[in-house]
Design a protein around this ligand. Structure first.
Ligand code: F6P
Length: 221
């Protein structure tokens, strides 16, 4: 079956400080997660290839060796440093790495690079409004987005994702993860803003005829 690997980027320097948005590089821990992710997915692919090869051999005895070729797997990241750095250890020969603006994190306008405590202090009304209706709330300032805006911007990407039939890896951010996972698991959009999607956790989503199966792998240091 097809597997869509989904993860947030490794821990960034801003994650350590509790700041939202921005374009910070990875922390040392975040880089370690990236390296571990590359090794883990490679291992999973080898195992999957082996299972597929055996199944093909069983179907037609003496099947041609061309079926054993390793396929190139698409890896999509956002345009932000923290996702690009997370895939630095993926071999560019085995993976087709593509950076997409559509996968960027929600843009928080005037709240970019602030902590939640700073937002509450500087913009108490905004803080309260978002708390009341996180799905609809749009951050003020040029380019500020809401969850609904991000859902809309992800529409073409979801169509593309469904069109493809091969395995792939998506490395993105908290809000985008909630929306993509929520969509694939058929979760009500009103519940998406509160979904648990921790850092350093990899999801393997397998669309199957009787419903989507999700496996979750947590990186243990
Ligand atoms: O803190 C990481 C982060 O990805 C921010 O960049 C983003 O604004 C936030 O999480 C989104 O989470 P929430 O919608 O719960 O504020």
């Amino acid at each position: 079956p097809r597997c869509i690997w989904l993860t947030r980027h490794g821990e960034s320097l801003d994650n350590k400080l509790g700041k939202i948005g921005g374009d910070a590089p990875l922390s040392a821990r975040g880089k370690k997660y990236g390296a571990c992710l590359a090794r883990f997915i490679k291992q999973q692919r080898i195992e999957q290839d082996e299972i597929r090869r055996r199944a093909a051999e069983q179907r037609e005895a003496g099947s041609s060796s061309s079926q054993q070729c390793e396929r190139t797997v698409a890896v999509w990241t956002s345009m932000l440093r923290r996702t690009k750095e997370t895939v630095e250890e993926f071999d560019p020969i085995e993976y087709d790495i593509k950076e997409m603006r559509l996968l960027n994190e929600i843009y928080a306008g005037i709240c970019e690079e602030l902590t939640y405590a700073q937002i509450r202090e500087r913009y108490p009304e905004e803080f309260q409004e978002r708390k009341i209706n996180k799905l609809f709330y749009r951050y003020p300032g040029m380019g500020g987005e809401s969850y609904l805006d991000v859902i809309q911007r992800l529409n073409p990407l979801i169509i593309e994702l469904e069109r493809m039939s091969s395995d792939m890896v998506i490395v993105t951010h908290r809000v985008v993860m909630r929306i993509l996972l929520g969509y694939m698991l058929d979760i009500d959009r009103a519940k998406m803003p509160e979904m648990e999607v921790p850092l350093h956790t990899l999801y393997c989503v397998e669309p199957k005829p009787h419903g989507t199966v999700v496996k979750r792998y947590r990186w243990v240091e």
